[in-house]
Design a protein around this ligand. Structure first.
Ligand code: FPP
Ligand code: ZN
Length: 314
């Protein structure tokens, strides 16, 4: 069995946070808030959130908020979007600093993006996608403001994106895709609406994603990719069908994608590593209860202790 090298991954994530001028940082610049969420959650899952300065992270996150609308952009000087607003809220939840937020303002921004048919636009430009339904619902749930949207309409819209194969797409009639399935199942789980899912049918489609090399792909005929360890496995757990996957083979595939010298995990063996796949590799191992990792919540994509703190703190 390949060995897991968490201390290398900690070094890798910290080095990416520090480097601001290399190629990966340049292409990722507009996504920095997403990148920070991936990196910080990876550190926390490996019990190393203490390696960063929380005050510095919180101040930087808050500079990405737009004072006019309350939404967050991916970096200073970019446009606000639900994708980054969720990352900001997740980071603050992870660091137990939701108190720095004007919760009414942020939740009004998110709720304001719901459309008449229950769907969500990602920003004022109006693109609609079930990813944005998830971002909105997850974000409002963490902020404990789900009552600001029409949850029934939001759920009905997601259900209208369900296909005959049991999966979900980005919009009604859109092809089933494991990433979108995570978003739809996650949103249904958070709103207590999983009864809309045919668990055996969807479970079958999802477990068919396991390839000969043990890795999971996102759609039929595609190559396995470490990030689908998260999108597929989290969905299978939420519908209680994770035992239909060969976990040992999947763990081996993820471990084979590690850069054991410099840290980090790639999408598939021998490719270049990045923070996105490092996060989803470690999160995938955590979902499979790999030793010495914190467990992660499959719907909120945050460590379970963080989710418990949000909902059960007196
Ligand atoms: C695949 O993308 C993934 C998706 C479509 C789901 C994205 C989900 C979110 C942005 C919601 C927030 C997520 C979390 C974990 C909090 P891709 O473009 O890589 O797909 P491809 O493999 O088909 O290219
Ligand atoms: Zn990927």
């Amino acid at each position: 069995m390949e060995e897991f090298v968490p201390e290398k991954h900690v070094q890798y994530v910290i080095s990416v946070e520090k480097r601001k001028d290399d190629f990966e940082s340049l292409v990722m610049e507009h996504l920095r808030l997403n990148g920070a969420y991936w990196g910080l959650t990876t550190l926390d899952l490996m019990h190393k959130i203490g390696a960063i300065d929380p005050d510095a992270v919180v101040s930087w996150v808050m500079t990405c908020q737009h004072q006019d609308c309350g939404g967050f952009s991916g970096n200073i000087g970019h446009d606000p979007h639900l994708l980054y607003t969720l990352s900001a809220v997740q980071i603050l939840a992870l660091l137990d600093r939701i108190d720095v937020l004007d919760v009414e303002k942020v939740s009004n921004y998110v709720a304001g993006l719901q459309n008449e048919d229950g769907s969500f636009s990602g920003d004022i430009w109006g693109e609609i996608d079930t990813r944005f339904s998830y971002c909105a619902i997850c974000c409002l749930s963490i902020l404990r403001r789900l009552e600001k949207i029409d949850v029934e309409k939001a759920v009905n819209y997601i259900v209208s994106c369900k296909n005959y194969d049991g999966g979900f797409g980005a919009m009604p009639g859109g092809e089933s895709h494991a990433g979108q399935i995570f978003c739809c199942v996650g949103a249904l789980a958070i709103t207590g609406s999983l009864d809309h899912i045919d668990r055996d049918l969807l479970g079958w489609w999802l477990c068919e994603r396991q390839c000969k090399d043990g890795g999971l792909n996102g759609r039929p005929e595609k190559l396995a990719d470490v990030c689908y360890s998260w999108w597929v496995l989290s969905s299978l757990i939420m519908i209680d069908r994770v035992h239909w996957i060969d976990k040992d083979k999947l763990a081996k595939f993820i471990l084979n994608c590690q850069d054991k010298e410099n840290g980090g995990i790639s999408d598939r063996p021998d490719n270049a590593v990045d923070v996105f796949h490092t996060y989803f590799g470690v999160a995938g191992l955590s979902l499979m209860e790999y030793p010495d990792l914190k467990s992660i919540d499959p719907a909120y994509a945050l460590p379970v202790d963080v989710v418990n703190r949000i909902f059960f703190r007196k």
